[in-house]
Design a protein around this ligand. Structure first.
Ligand code: ADP
Ligand code: MG
Length: 474
């Protein structure tokens, strides 16, 4: 067996070749996060952080990887790709993982199907994936989201050919505040009331996958054509759009649509000006329409979101009994997003069902104890976390934010990111930016790793618990 450090040094050359052959964009999209694991006889094992990457590389790049690997490492019998984290952890539905199923079902036949069909299949299998429950009827309107809601309604109800009021419509908000819900509501509404208008609903990531697929089949024309045929384009999680070529492609599709007076709606976790990885020109085009945000819901809106969720729950299972005072308790204690409110409600309902116990205030407060750890997500600042973690581990702030990979810095940095995710309402890309301009996937990796280690490492668990207390006490 070849010593691992040896493979690691020679891996740089493999990476360089891959970059040279594939170009910067493709390389960054699929290989930047690949690491060599082992070279045992002629068997090379590499690892990637997500199942999605693994399956994509296996279906599209395995022979290229083997060929380039051989050029640098000598003859290889086989190349194996594995996911760096434990399967149970990696299997969680996260932004990165979301398209995995679609890709797996589609990728194997990708070479045989002309791209337009593949793209249409992708588009078609997106629409049924719309959550049927996420409509305008189930969206609770309050002061925090009134403007976003009004703008979306207006766009959804426009007749084909009618003058367009604002284009593009850009909505931004932290995670769980209803962006995807609103986009889905627009798609449902148009499908229902204006079936002649053709809608396409994509995440930025799906856009990139479709484009790469078109590139591989040398059929980018068909890829571009599909945008000619639509009236309304909905793009979710725009902050994940990465790479120059991808941006250029998106920009082309975007300009073509907006210039021919078709509607584009974009959702992201930050306003256009803060989309650091997006080209200036694109950013200013995004600012050129209507930009609206969604804020954290106020108490009254939280009450109504909970009521509405509870009614839906009751329809499915009339046995769930949650008294008004408990709903009120959740509304006052859980001051975060719609997603957090739902999470709290589900947790209490599950507890009641498993334990066959009546839901009382005492029980509710017990079940929600760890959610109350951060009664106000916006109260805790990432700066405070950096300060407290730095002090605790005796690591300077500059080191925490630097690219240094020494263990004495990496562990505190990962704990810091974990705390930022747990104790603030910031999104992964935002946390990455605040931790020295790191990628959202680096943050995700850190959060999962610490989550994982806490389960088995008591010392670490106590240390993290202590840090949480310190951060909360400010
Ligand atoms: P985002 O895309 O902004 O991260 P989502 O749209 O996925 O957030 O919302 C998270 C969850 O909270 C969804 O289940 C959604 O239905 C619910 N939710 C968020 N805001 C509202 C609201 N105003 N009314 C009803 N449900 C909401
Ligand atoms: Mg979303």
């Amino acid at each position: 067996m070849t010593v691992l450090t040896d493979v690691k040094t020679r891996w740089d050359r493999v990476a360089q070749r891959l970059r040279a052959e594939l170009g910067e964009d493709l390389y960054t999209s699929w290989f930047a996060r690949m690491e060599p694991e082992e070279l045992d006889g002629g068997r090379l094992t590499v690892s990637v952080p997500t199942r999605f990457l693994k399956s994509w590389i296996e279906t599209h790049y395995i022979s290229k990887l083997q060929k380039i690997g051989e050029a640098e490492l000598g003859p290889l019998d086989s190349v194996h790709v594995r996911v760096r984290m434990r399967a149970g952890v990696a299997a969680r539905p996260q932004a990165e993982e979301a398209p995995a199923a679609a890709v797996q079902s589609q990728a194997p036949q990708a070479h045989q199907v002309p791209v337009i069909e593949a793209a249409q299949a992708a588009a078609a299998d997106r629409m049924p994936q719309l959550d049927p429950g996420q409509t305008f009827d189930t969206f609770v309107v309050g002061p925090s989201n009134q403007l976003a809601h009004a703008a979306m309604c207006r766009v959804a109800d426009a007749a084909s050919g009618a003058p367009i009021s604002f284009n593009p419509l850009f909505v931004h908000a932290g995670s769980g505040l209803g962006k995807t819900h609103l986009l889905s509501a627009v798609a449902h509404r148009i499908r229902e009331r204006r079936p002649d208008r053709r809608v396409m609903f994509l995440t930025a990531e799906r856009f990139m996958i479709n484009f790469v697929m078109a590139l591989r089949q040398r059929d980018t024309l068909a890829f571009k054509d599909q945008f000619q045929a639509i009236d309304v384009l909905l793009i979710d999680d725009f902050q994940f759009l990465q790479g120059k070529t991808m941006q250029q492609e998106f920009c082309n599709a975007f300009n073509a649509l907006v210039d021919s007076r078709r509607q584009v709606i974009v959702a992201a976790d930050v306003p256009p000006a803060q989309l650091d990885s997006i080209d200036m020109r694109m950013r200013s085009r995004l600012m050129g329409g209507l930009v609206v945000d969604i804020e954290l819901p106020d108490l009254e809106t939280r009450r109504r979101i909970l009521q509405s969720r509870y009614q839906t729950m009751l329809k499915r299972d009339p046995a769930v009994l949650i008294p008004d005072e408990v709903l009120e308790f959740i509304a006052t204690r859980v001051t975060g997003s719609g997603r957090e409110l739902e999470g709290a409600l589900n947790r209490i309902a599950a507890y009641q069902q498993f334990n066959q116990a009546a839901v009382t205030l005492d029980l509710a407060s017990l079940v929600l104890r760890d959610m109350q750890a951060s009664p106000d997500g916006s109260r805790i600042k990432i700066d405070d976390i950096l300060k407290i973690v730095g002090r605790h581990f005796n690591v300077g702030r500059t080191d925490l934010l630097s690219p240094r990979r020494a263990r004495s810095v990496v562990v505190p940095r990962q704990i810091g990111m974990y705390l930022a995710k747990k104790l603030t309402a910031r999104s992964l890309p935002e946390i990455g930016r605040r931790f020295g301009g790191r990628d959202h996937s680096t943050v995700l990796h850190a959060v999962r790793k610490i989550e994982d280690q806490i389960k088995t490492d008591d010392k670490l668990a106590r240390e993290v618990a202590l840090l949480i207390r310190l951060v909360e006490q400010g």
